[in-house]
Design a protein around this ligand. Structure first.
Ligand code: HEC
Length: 165
């Protein structure tokens, strides 16, 4: 192989390597990471945050009846990869005034994977987004659809301070 060809090969390999993070994320890994979001976001239900069904490709702040911040309401964009990366990295810095009380997801691969999860499992045609697929958990439980199986406390510890006669 000539020196030229080796140099060209090296260049191509470098380019392929650099392009790798931009490729689609890992939705299965994203499902695990999404537990960080699931305390506030469900597929179809409104929790602290708006429902996520169809969020990728949706206009920001467009869920009817959700009390968005003025910041998000006045933003004028559609949630695509670039806006999601920007917002999720550091919500309160990158969208000053947002109500989303989430510290941020600083790792680019993590964000890629969560975004892949949103595209795959929260697209309007995904199973969780069909009518009746996202029922509220029974009262007293904290079970999100993604394995939030924290059991409700069965008893409250009695006040240990017993008044002495
Ligand atoms: C502490 C609760 C909380 C957590 C955790 C949280 N969010 Fe949010 N999220 C919100 C709230 C509240 C809003 C509405 C923000 C506003 O109005 O400024 C929101 C808005 C959003 C929006 C805009 C939706 C729209 O309709 O325009 C996206 C996208 C989003 N969150 C994604 C995520 C992702 C992904 C995660 C996990 C990495 C996450 N959020 C974690 C509370 C949360």
């Amino acid at each position: 192989m000539s020196k030229h060809k080796i140099a060209l090969l090296a260049l191509l390999l470098t380019a392929a390597g650099a392009a790798a993070p931009a490729l689609g994320g890992d939705a299965a890994r994203g499902a695990v990471l999404y537990k960080e979001c699931a305390g506030c976001h469900a597929a179809q239900r409104t929790l602290m945050g708006p429902p996520h069904c169809g969020v990728v490709g949706r206009k920001a702040a467009s869920v009817e009846g959700f009390a968005y911040s003025d910041a998000l309401r006045e933003s004028n964009f559609v949630w695509d990869d670039a806006h999601l990366h920007d917002f999720l990295t550091f919500p309160i810095m990158n969208m000053p005034g947002t109500k989303m009380g989430f510290a941020g997801m600083f790792d680019e691969n993590d964000r890629n994977d969560v975004i892949a999860f949103l595209k795959e499992q929260r697209s309007a045609d995904s199973p969780m987004c069909q009518p009746g697929a996202d029922p509220a958990p029974p009262p007293g439980t904290n079970a999100g659809e993604l394995g939030g199986t924290t059991p409700a406390p069965t008893h409250v510890t009695a006040n240990p301070i017993t008044p002495t006669p």
